[in-house]
Design a protein. Sequence first.
Length: 113
Amino acid sequence: MLGKVLGAVVAPVVLGGVSGVLLGMSAPVYWVLQVLAAVGGFLGGTEHPGWRPGLVRGVVGGLLYGAALLGGRALTGWADTIDLGDVPGLLVVITALAGAVAGALGGAMRARR
């Protein structure tokens, strides 16, 4: 049970917070963390028996990740190295959608095996 909580809640929050801090430090490192987050969303989806539960896991992870990213960004107050556009809060929606896709793909892959 603890492992599931760590993977589904703690990991996206920690990675999101670190990504938010690094958003003001280094664009290349920020993008590497985005790729790691996507891989993590896919792997989280593989813990579920199909695309639907994988999708739910991905949405939750993406929401947590995006919210923590914005929180880390706000804590530093640094200028962003990546332009988040006029509505930075929209990033949470984008990360939730990306997480949904990654998690659904992971769940679908597990169902096929």
